[in-house]
Design a protein around this ligand. Structure first.
Ligand SMILES: [Zn+2]
Ligand SMILES: [Zn+2]
Length: 237
């Protein structure tokens, strides 16, 4: 990134090599002048040296008397585990060079965590969606779930509805300032099968008629929904 670094040619003084900055004649090097205004005397920043106390009569060619030049620096930054968007990392002495050879300031690097393809982050907790087949959802099964370190197995109970959240404790992020590791929250998303063959479609039709014949409620949400709709229209009449 571009920053101001001390000029090597003049060692940050701003004066051409071999010459040096001279004490300002106007203020005597104080940087301030007193002006008499009637009865009052007013202290002001020296207009000749702009408060620096020194004037460069023979400015350095490289930095034009500024003592600093703009340079692009490449820095590598160690990112501690667990940093989040908005955290700042301080790099002591890597900021802009001071004026006239003064010490450099610090550089603050502001973190901005990029979105991840699989995980969403909420502080120390992670969140991800995992598709499951409607067979696994109905009968129960085992899912492979990605975590930051490895894959883990997650048992899905029978009759799992879409959107159900499973909490994997301690599989989230270790906070950078210490404290308990966060959790990984896995949302099971039941997927509708696509590209079915005629045979598969036939089996599903057969399955559907088996459901119709049964007196059980196989679809709690659907049953509840149509019961509500029925009641809604009954109440209207
Ligand atoms: Zn210079
Ligand atoms: Zn001055």
């Amino acid at each position: 990134m571009p920053t101001l670094v001390g000029c090597n040619t003049c060692d940050g003084s701003g004066a051409k090599p071999g010459t040096s900055a001279k004490t300002c004649g106007t203020c005597g090097g104080v940087g301030q002048v007193r002006m008499q205004q009637g009865f009052f005397s007013v202290q002001q920043t020296c207009p000749t040296c702009h408060g620096e106390g020194q004037v460069v009569s023979d400015p350095c060619n490289d930095c034009h008397g500024q003592g600093r030049i703009e340079e692009t620096k490449k820095l590598s930054v160690k990112i501690p585990a667990g940093v989040d968007t908005g955290d700042r990392i301080r790099l002591a002495g890597e900021g802009e060079a001071g004026t006239h050879g003064g010490p450099s300031g610090d550089l603050f690097v502001q973190m901005n965590v990029r979105d991840h393809a699989i995980f969403e982050r909420d502080g120390k907790h992670l969140f991800c969606e995992v598709p499951i087949s409607f067979i696994d959802a109905a009968l129960g099964g085992e899912l492979e779930v990605p975590t930051l370190e490895s894959r883990v197995k997650l048992k899905i109970p029978a009759e799992t509805q879409t959107g159900k959240l499973f909490r994997l404790r301690g599989k989230g992020i270790k906070p950078v300032r210490g404290g308990a590791v966060g959790d990984l929250l896995v949302r099971a998303i039941v997927e509708t099968p696509v590209n079915l063959s005629n045979r598969q479609k036939e089996l599903l039709r057969e399955f559907e008629s088996a459901m119709d014949d049964s007196q059980q409620h196989h679809a709690p949400k659907k049953t509840g929904f149509f019961d509500s709709v029925k009641k809604f229209f009954e109440d209207m009449t």
